[in-house]
Design a protein around this ligand. Structure first.
Ligand code: SAH
Length: 466
């Protein structure tokens, strides 16, 4: 971020505009929307500006630019078509530390205008930091379509109740929970439909009800964060991620997904890497229960799906024992997401009628897998956490009758922009993976379907780690 987005209160404060054409008119109109006291200097002005002068909405002096016109200004805008004047205004303003905008000359500006979605008092400002104004406008249009016309009324009505809510709820956390519940309630629909009095009544009622029952109970959200690409999150996952008070997460959750967790949430890392358990599972289970019993909304964010090699079952067992409310939100499991992004359909009617999900890492570190089941024909085998035992897995499958030429692939950090795929056959997979210096997390896929990747590979990561 190269510029700090802020909202400046310029009501009744002097803002100077140099220039009298249509561009100046646009800027003057923006300033007037924010109730600025506009002072305009130009040798002559266009008829629409003259109307504003005649109506007493702005002050105007028919003068060429002089530095002393900037005295006491809180903002300066240069909107002339004379480059020398624009440069002079910019220099004079910079020398006085007054924020200055020179229209269409980013180099001369110390601030720029944003593309605005106005649902006052909700304002969305979009900037491309001067790189792509058209993209900024396009983004604004997208946001325009997302926010109903009455959207700002929600904020306005919430504003009416703000003080009362503050009196009723002592902590910011209690207030936030109250407002979040309001925003997910039918009150919002009432406001959007224009039934503001009904909405006010419902809000007052809810406030009265809650005031009697101030004890907020916490909850645990056991959420699958998917394999890495944040676009693969479910809507429910995203909503809960944005309303949690604390997030308990581990190593597998990608940075891109973590970036979508509510900014103010406390983050607790309980990451596990192979053989190195930062926090024993039992302590994680107890931690989740304890945080929820303190009244917090606890996001337990896990890679992939919480119920697939994720120990989610153990976590909610503890919550159930302690009567802690919870919800489980499934995520796209690695086998699913990673195989898609590697262009490998896990089943295909010509090659595989079944698919096995196997963990290559057993509790005691041994590799005592069901080799017979894994060696059957017409199926695909997907191995989670199988990197360390990879050579042994391949040898055992060959020993149990699988062809050494069986196609196989290992995918590192699948679905992310760092995805890396090694395709091989069962007999040379381990060597190729070692040569490519593949690291966890990675998933192994074994079966005839792997050869379809040659045809179906559609995803090109932008930062391959070659
Ligand atoms: N609950 C998770 C799996 C946890 S076990 C899920 O449903 O996906 C951890 C293993 O998942 C890793 O060792 C790796 O084998 C696999 N894995 C998870 N995300 C992955 C990714 N983006 N790319 C490759 N493998 C991944």
């Amino acid at each position: 971020m190269q510029a700090l987005p802020i909202f400046l209160n310029i009501a009744h404060r002097p803002c100077v505009v140099i220039g009298g054409g249509e561009v100046a008119l646009r800027k003057v109109s923006s300033l007037l929307k924010a109730d600025a006291a506009v002072k305009l200097y130009a040798p002559e002005i266009c008829p629409q500006l003259q109307v504003l002068v005649d109506e007493g909405k702005i002050q105007f002096k028919a003068l060429a630019f002089e530095e002393n016109q900037l005295e006491k200004a809180c903002l300066v805008i240069a909107a002339t078509d004379d480059e020398t004047v624009n440069v002079a205004v910019s220099q004079a303003a910079k020398a006085r530390n007054i924020p200055v905008n020179v229209v269409d000359s980013p180099a001369l500006c110390t601030f720029t205008f944003a593309s605005i979605v106005d649902r006052s008092p909700i304002i969305v400002a979009v900037s491309s930091e001067g790189n792509a104004p058209v993209l900024a406008r396009y983004t604004r249009t997208k946001i325009e379509t997302m926010l109903p016309a009455n959207y700002g009324r929600i904020a306005a009505i919430a504003g009416e109740f703000r003080e009362e809510v503050k009196t009723q709820f002592a902590t910011t956390q209690a207030r936030r929970i109250f407002w979040e519940e309001v925003l997910q309630s039918p009150i919002v629909e009432q406001i959007l439909a224009g039934h503001e009095d009904a909405a006010r009544q419902m809000l007052a009622q809810r406030l009265a009800d809650q005031a009697h029952n101030k004890q907020h109970h916490g909850e645990v959200y056991l959420v699958g964060g998917g394999p890495g690409d944040p676009d693969l999150l479910t809507f429910r996952a995203l909503r809960l991620m944005q309303q949690c008070d604390v997030c308990v997460y581990d190593k597998l959750v990608s940075p891109e997904v973590m970036a979508l967790v509510r900014r103010d949430a406390e983050l607790i890392y309980v990451g596990k890497s192979r053989d190195q358990h930062t926090l024993p599972q039992e302590e994680i289970n107890q931690l989740l229960a304890r945080l929820a019993l303190e009244g917090k909304r606890v996001l337990r964010l896990k890679g992939g799906d919480p119920f697939i090699f994720g120990r989610g079952g153990e976590e909610i067992e503890t919550l159930m024992q302690q009567n802690v409310p919870f919800q489980v939100v499934p995520g796209i499991t690695a086998a699913n997401g990673v195989s898609s992004y590697a262009g490998i359909p896990l089943t295909h009617r010509d090659y595989a009628q079944a698919c096995l999900f196997i963990t290559g890492h057993l509790k005691d570190g041994s590799l005592d897998l069901d080799w017979v089941a894994m060696s059957r024909p017409n199926q695909t085998v997907v191995i989670y956490m199988g990197l360390v035992g990879l050579a042994q897995i391949c040898e055992q499958l060959i020993a149990h009758g699988v062809s050494p030429d069986m196609p196989a692939a290992v995918v590192q950090q699948g679905t992310t922009q760092r995805q890396k795929v090694v395709s091989a056959t069962l007999q040379d997979l381990a060597q190729k993976v070692a040569d490519a210096q593949i690291k966890a997390p990675c998933l192994t896929i074994i079966g005839e379907v792997v050869k379809l990747r040659e045809k179906l590979n559609w995803f090109t990561p932008s930062e391959p780690i070659e």
